[in-house]
Design a protein around this ligand. Structure first.
Ligand code: URA
Length: 275
């Protein structure tokens, strides 16, 4: 079983205990750190040899090495992301740790063309431990689908803060600062081709600016050489119909940039998903 699966079962048990008993069970106060179960190595090697039997006639190491390298790259990336998720779930760097039900580290493709950065979890995200799963999340999924992006194929979704601010207020600067190394690590590990900041909290914290979305949208910025675009937060679009047209213009411009950076992203981006 992977650490993500263990974390999900733990989250379910915690939510179930909360709602059945109506109060927080003490033993759920500290989130444990989960690890992947180790693979039985000799059996795996045996399976690989069987699968690649014809290559026994070929020069010994080459094909074996390439397949080993490939899986090593993926498993170490997966391990690193999982490790980061464990660190996030054990984090108590700011006051949000005291009021959260679940941490919301992020989800999506581990080979993302795009990283979407939001603000922070809301009620539903805090309940499920997943980003953008409430009404704003449903709209975000539609916006992404309109430009051939999805969390199940080529996009990773994360937030500035990984714990819900009470009453969905904006995160305080010290909370965003305390959480910033997690997003930095996600970007360094996932190496997205481009970043889409949705909303001013994401843009201000990632780009270190005081400007709002209306000023920032329509241009590309750089974050460690990765192009960054800014558009309205889907919650803002749900509140104001007038923002839908400019947001659509932003998405069309973003799509053109993606086609420049990764011409076949719409058809051929490999699925590699972490839940
Ligand atoms: N709004 C955000 O900014 N992030 C979420 O994950 C959900 C709502």
């Amino acid at each position: 079983m992977t650490c993500q699966q263990k974390q999900q079962i733990y989250n379910l048990l915690k939510t179930a205990a909360d709602s059945v008993l109506g109060f927080r069970v003490k033993s759920f106060d500290t989130t444990p750190v989960f690890y992947d179960d180790p693979l039985p190595a000799p059996q795996n090697l045996q399976e690989q040899t069987d699968l690649h039997e014809p290559s026994l006639a070929a020069p010994a190491a080459s094909s074996d090495h390439s397949s080993l390298d490939f899986s090593t790259v993926h498993s170490s990336l997966e391990d690193s992301i999982c490790n980061l998720k464990n660190q996030i779930s054990a984090c108590s760097r700011c006051a949000l740790a005291k009021t959260r039900n679940n941490t919301v580290p992020g989800t999506g493709s581990l080979k993302p063309v795009v990283l979407v950065v939001g603000e922070g979890p809301g009620f539903e995200e805090d309940r499920q431990g997943l980003p953008f799963v409430g009404p704003a999340g449903q709209l975000l999924d539609k916006m992404l689908a309109a430009i051939s992006l999805s969390r199940s194929s080529n996009t990773y979704i994360a937030n500035i803060v990984k714990c819900r601010p009470p009453q969905n207020r904006d995160p305080y600067p010290e909370e965003a600062e305390a959480c910033s190394s997690f997003l930095q690590a996600q970007i360094a590990l996932l190496k997205p081709k481009a970043i889409l900041c949705v909303g001013s909290v994401a843009a201000k914290n990632l780009l270190k600016t005081e400007a709002g979305v209306s000023r920032l949208r329509g241009s590309f910025y750089q974050y460690h050489n990765i192009p960054v675009a800014v558009t309205y937060h889907p919650s803002a679009l749900l509140r104001s119909q007038d923002l839908k047209r400019p947001a659509w213009e932003d998405l069309k411009q973003f799509r053109l940039k993606l086609l420049e950076l990764c011409p076949d992203y719409e058809s051929s981006c490999q699925s590699y998903v972490s839940h």
